[in-house]
Design a binder for this molecule. Structure first.
Ligand code: AMP
Length: 327
């Protein structure tokens, strides 16, 4: 059995039981963990409590439609609802809740805590994904599971842990995945196409990044991707973040970042990954945040890019120096 912090799970379940109307939201620019945790929790609550009104909100992303269709809601009729926020610690990045007059907010998240704080808050930075937490919640309470819900949760875990490669993967992750598969009998190898199928354009775009990434002497890999390149390869602004984990395990690179020009919003979207130095402090200096080894940011002025790269390069230099002196 999965060892769990029972008291917080009980509190979360009690809150869900208490409310007739529940809205579930996640972060802007969702990834599979954000989308799958949202639809899985919604569908599990609906299955368990058919009389409740439960909605999953936020902008839909067509390539993630496998995980389930999101709901259009009428804010008026949802006044006084419970708002459950998944996979995001800061209110400004919650998608789809403008005008919603909720009574209480409850967060379930694996990012470091920020400004969202409700009477019940389940933050577990040791969890590889929000889907791991939702799986744990469902497996340990009367919330029901079906094959589709389990499949969504499995894909969210696989995606956010990068196929169990990232250091957030723990023995608890494997235990929960074991219990999830046992309880639902999902045909997990059949699901990978939903996660990994991509266009030839995207594969070629990955080649473009590999060919054009600069690597500093301290081990910072970076690329600034102009909007024309996004157009030329027929990809979209979310594609660089989807590809960044594929650049792990490059011997010469310790920290790597993709800086993508978003002309429409007059901003540079930044993804950062690390297999050594902790990067989320630097991300937070540039309108960003995230995990210790996987962060994102938004740079509003082109002139800030050099300073941002310098900050990351300094981290790599310090890390290399510390590694040598530890030998
Ligand atoms: P990404 O590179 O977009 O996959 O993001 C990596 C991690 O950083 C995810 O956990 C995101 O939720 C987080 N993140 C991305 N952008 C931001 C931002 N602007 N502010 C705070 N966290 C972010």
């Amino acid at each position: 059995m999965v060892p769990i912090n029972n008291s917080i799970i009980k509190k979360v379940y009690k809150k869900i039981k208490e409310y007739q109307k529940i809205v579930i939201a996640r972060h802007v620019g969702p990834d599979p963990d954000a989308i799958a945790s949202t639809t899985a929790l919604r569908d599990s609550i609906r299955l368990t409590f058919p009389e409740k009104e439960v909605y999953a909100v936020g902008l839909g992303v067509s390539k993630f439609k496998y995980y389930g269709i999101l709901d259009k809601v009428d804010n008026e009729t949802l006044t006084g609802c419970l708002l459950i926020v998944l996979d995001v610690p800061n209110l400004s990045r919650v998608d789809g809740i403008d005008g919603l007059n909720y009574k209480e907010i409850m967060k379930i998240d694996h990012h470091p805590a920020e400004d969202i704080k409700g009477p019940v808050d389940w933050t577990d930075e040791t969890s590889c994904s929000t889907c791991q937490m939702i799986s744990e919640l469902i497996l340990k309470t009367p919330l029901k599971l079906d094959t589709k819900i389990a499949g969504n949760l499995y894909l969210g875990i696989v995606s956010d842990s990068d196929r169990f490669l990232l250091p957030y993967t723990t023995n608890k992750t494997f235990q929960i995945v074991h219990d999830l598969i046992k309880a639902s009998k999902i045909d997990f190898p059949a699901l990978y196409n939903y996660l990994y199928e991509r266009s030839l354009d995207e594969a070629r775009f990955q080649g473009y990044i590999a060919m054009n990434m600069t690597v500093t002497e301290h081990g910072l890999g970076y690329i600034i991707i102009p909007s024309e390149i996004i157009k030329e390869y027929h990809v979209d602004l979310a594609t660089p973040a989807n590809l960044i984990n594929n650049f792990n395990f490059i011997r010469e690179v310790i920290v790597w970042t993709f800086i993508t020009e978003d002309v429409k919003n007059n901003v540079y979207k930044v993804s950062i990954r690390s297999h050594g130095p902790i990067i989320n402090k630097v991300a937070s200096l540039y309108n960003g945040g995230g995990h210790k080894y996987a962060s994102g940011a938004r740079i509003t002025k082109e002139s800030e890019i050099d300073a941002f790269l310098k900050d990351l390069d300094n981290l790599c230099e310090e890390y290399k120096r510390a590694s040598i002196s530890n030998i």
